[in-house]
Each structure stands twice: as structure tokens, then as C-alpha cells.
Design a protein around this ligand. Structure first.
Ligand code: SAM
Length: 294
């Protein structure tokens, strides 16, 4: 096995996307660079795991820019993380296109930043100048930070996880002065209990929909995405732009184009750098729609 751990820049990146199915015997791993830390994520218990960890450590030792290797075992209950080499700095940030985001590499199942959403952040940043943005399923608000960097007038971030939104607030503070931070607001609510509030704040110029594939009773794609579509017209003007995302590997982009059948489809965003996939329909899908033409 050859690991590309030699030429690492400041920007965070996926170094090895085993889950894309293009590397034999490595479908169960991902290796990410969050300077100065290598994160090795294991998604299954496999015979070669110990060898993979040892090899990653050996390669990391050759590069002085790498000060720690963290292994996360996502196949175990609570997906524990462990520092297997070096010392983990108190604070590690994801860095992308000149913006920084807090990471949690010590605890929590998710560390706070989805590298595969880079094309979404780029799109929002490019299109947000002077716009009011509704960011549904905001999590740690990376799309909001990108929108404000792109000149958004206001971003309303909704997520039922108040702790994720608290990190989202900190992400804005990390990148912007206090006055600019006031352009972002946070609604720690279940979307399906908050429509009245969202309708009162409508219309929005950009609406981002980036739900999980499945999250117990809170979100199930086949049940809840159609519910969003039924209420969406209450939030729109004819010129609203919609970024609709789908994380479910078992559903391709056809699922979204069928749901948005009456809308104008401006196409799918490219996949993120480093996320090559032999079945692109299983990877994250981010599509750009606008309301039906009159
Ligand atoms: C895929 S993450 C969103 C990632 C985020 N857009 C980003 O780019 O970092 C999904 C989020 O949906 C939230 N969520 C799930 N069901 C929800 C619901 N019914 N109402 C509000 N938020 C929900 C979860 O708390 C989680 O933070």
C-alpha cells in the first residue's frame, strides 16, 4: 500500500477515499488531512486494520508537518476516537478556501466538518452576495460561513441539534468580526415543527436542504423529503435558488429530479476533490433547482 502523506498543504483534504470502491481491500477506510492531524476512519472490522494503522503511523513519522494520527472506529458503538501517534493539539481546525472550522477530534461521532460538501460551499459562496439564505439541516453551519464570506445579507440556520448550532456560532466567530457574525441566526428546532416560523420569515433567495440519509424518527428520506417539497412553495419567490442534497447511498440523483419534477433543474454539482467514486450515484448528490417557469 502506498499512502500519499508527503505533500500536504494547509487546506484540509481527503487523502484516501476507500469507500469510493477504487482501492481494493480498502472499501472500509477513509484517510483525511486536517493539518497537523491525519484522521484514519475505519468503517468495518477487517483483518488488515492493524497493518493499515501501523503503515499510516510509519508514513506519518516521515513527515514533520504531521504531529498526530487519530483513528476513529465507526463500526464500534459510539464510534470511539483514539490518538495512536503523537499528540493531538487542543484545537484543530478544518481549513478550506481561506475559511476555518472547529473540529472535534476527541469525542463525538461526527467531527463537525463534511469534506465532501466543498462544491456546495463553493456554490453558495459564489451565489450568495446580497442574498437572504435559509440553511436547513445546518449542523455546524459550514454552508452559512461560506455564504457570509460570499456576501450574504442574512443566513438563517436551522438544525434540531443545538450543540451543532453552538459550534456553528463559534465557526462564524472564528472567521468574522462581531458585526458580520450578526448576519447569521440560529433556530434550534425540528424542521417539521417549525414551518410556521419559516413561513413568517419567507421568502428566501437561496434555500439549502442538506438532510441526513436516515436519523431515527427525525428524518427518513422517503418519508420526509416529500414533506419538505409539499411546503417548499410557501418559502419561495420565482427567483429563489435551491440547493437540494441527498446523502442516501441507495438513492441516486433521479430520486431528487423526480421530487423536483416541476422545478427547473440546473444540474448536479461536481463531486469534491478526492472523492472519486466508482458508483457516483451512491455518493453525496447536490443539485441546483429553481421554481417552475411561469
Ligand atoms: C448531513 S447533516 C447536515 C450537514 C451540513 N449541511 C453541513 O454541510 O455541514 C444533517 C443534520 O440534520 C439535522 N437534522 C436531522 N433531522 C432533523 C430535523 N427533523 N429537523 C432539523 N434538523 C434535523 C441533524 O441534527 C444534522 O445536524
Amino acid at each position: 500500500m502506498k499512502l500519499p502523506l508527503t505533500t500536504l498543504g494547509l487546506d484540509s483534504q481527503r487523502l484516501l477515499h476507500g469507500r469510493g470502491g477504487l482501492f481494493p481491500d480498502m472499501e472500509h477506510i477513509a484517510i483525511d488531512w486536517f493539518a497537523p492531524v491525519i484522521l484514519l476512519t475505519l468503517y468495518a472490522e477487517k483483518a488488515n486494520n492493524a497493518e493499515l494503522i501501523a503503515h499510516t503511523i510509519a508514513e506519518a513519522k516521515k513527515n514533520p508537518d504531521i504531529t498526530a494520527v487519530v483513528v476513529q472506529e465507526r463500526h464500534l458503538p459510539k464510534a470511539p476516537k483514539q490518538t495512536v501517534y503523537g499528540e493531538l493539539p487542543d484545537q484543530v481546525h478544518a481549513v478550506e478556501s481561506g475559511l476555518s472550522y472547529h473540529l472535534s477530534l476527541r469525542q463525538n461521532q461526527n467531527h463537525g466538518f463534511f469534506l465532501d460538501m466543498k462544491p456546495g460551499r463553493d456554490w453558495v459562496r459564489k451565489n450568495a452576495a446580497g442574498k437572504r439564505v435559509l440553511n436547513l439541516f445546518a449542523y455546524t453551519c459550514s454552508l452559512s460561513v461560506a455564504a457570509i464570506k460570499g456576501g450574504a445579507e442574512e443566513v438563517i440556520n436551522l438544525d434540531m441539534a443545538s450543540s451543532a448550532l453552538a459550534t456553528g456560532r463559534k465557526n462564524h466567530q472564528l472567521n468574522f468580526d462581531p458585526q458580520t457574525c450578526r448576519r447569521a441566526s440560529y433556530l434550534p428546532h425540528d424542521l417539521f415543527k417549525s414551518w410556521g416560523r419559516l413561513v413568517r420569515g419567507a421568502p428566501y433567495d437561496i434555500i439549502i436542504i442538506d438532510p441526513p440519509s436516515n436519523q431515527g424518527k427525525s428524518f427518513n428520506v422517503e418519508t420526509h423529503y416529500p414533506k419538505i417539497l409539499r411546503r417548499l412553495p410557501e418559502l419561495l419567490t420565482p427567483s429563489t435558488q435551491i440547493l437540494a442534497c441527498l446523502n442516501a447511498p441507495h438513492l441516486g440523483e433521479d430520486y431528487l429530479t423526480d421530487l423536483f419534477t416541476s422545478y427547473q433543474n440546473h444540474g448536479r454539482l461536481p463531486h469534491a476533490p478526492g472523492f472519486n467514486d466508482q458508483t457516483p450515484q451512491a455518493a453525496l448528490k447536490a443539485l441546483h433547482f429553481s421554481p417552475p417557469p411561469h
